[in-house]
Design a protein. Structure first.
Length: 251
């Protein structure tokens, strides 16, 4: 059986969340289907797969390989082939870079073109794009933004269903991710950067990390800590001045 034939059944049996399924399909169509779709499941495609994986950016390669491994794992369970050609294939090393972000004051001072209000709304409410893009005015009531759904249907997790204080600037987001991404990339940030802006705002206003966890919709407090404890250069400079002042002050 060709991979393209098996993949139609594979999507129906894959037990993942709608968001993950959407990402898996996109990765397959964009990166794996052109080199594997016409091949038989029993063929040894290891060399071609490894070559393709090494061509991709590290993070993309990691996820594309995960899709390939899932395809053959399930094919073996269904008795469609005996050997898994993805065994031993390795992705390039992922190098995690610190995401750039702006403070609320910096966001507010910039001109974001046609998406001025949408960007400010994201920065002041910390929503994921998938949560914000489906919002309507009906979701803003009693002084709160109620997050109860996402672009993929249900929210990412139980903790993602939440309410956050409404601070203004709501306008519907463009229905395609690419339009807004293009606009914000011109300022050397990503759409997700505005969640970090929001987290930093919570931090500088003295809100406890557990409160931040609820407002950001994180299920894992460790994730909140990673975002919430972001430190900017001006804070280091402030710390230096405070410490020097303490050391040099008369005792």
């Amino acid at each position: 059986m060709r991979v393209d034939e098996w993949i139609e059944t594979f999507w129906t049996i894959l037990n993942v969340k709608p968001k993950s399924l959407y990402d898996y399909k996109r990765l397959y169509l964009r990166h794996l289907q052109p080199i594997l779709g016409h091949r038989d499941l029993s063929e040894n495609i290891k060399v071609d797969l490894q070559r393709k994986i090494l061509e991709l950016p590290p993070q993309t390669a990691k996820h594309a390989l995960m899709v390939a491994k899932s395809i053959w794992r399930e094919a073996i369970l269904f008795g469609l082939c005996e050997n898994n050609p993805t065994t031993g294939v390795r992705p390039p090393r992922v190098q995690v870079k610190e995401r750039a972000f702006y403070t609320w004051e910096e966001v507010d001072a910039r001109d974001w073109g046609r998406y001025n209000n949408q960007v400010r709304f994201l920065a002041l409410h910390g929503l994921r794009w998938s949560e914000a893009v489906v919002l309507t005015e009906k979701d803003i009531r009693d002084g709160y933004v109620w997050i109860e759904k996402s672009f993929y249907g249900s929210c990412k997790s139980k903790s993602s269903r939440r309410k956050v204080p409404y601070l203004g600037f709501f306008e519907p987001l463009p229905k395609t991710y690419k339009a807004l991404r293009t606009a914000v990339n011109k300022h050397a940030v990503t759409i997700h950067s505005f969640r970090k802006t929001y987290a930093y705002l919570l931090k500088t206003q003295g809100l406890h990390v557990t409160t931040a966890q609820r407002l950001l919709g994180h299920s894992d407090p460790i994730m909140t800590l990673k975002v919430y404890t972001a430190v900017r250069d001006d804070e280091i400079n402030f710390a230096a001045d405070k410490l020097k002042g303490y050391i040099e002050s008369p005792k």
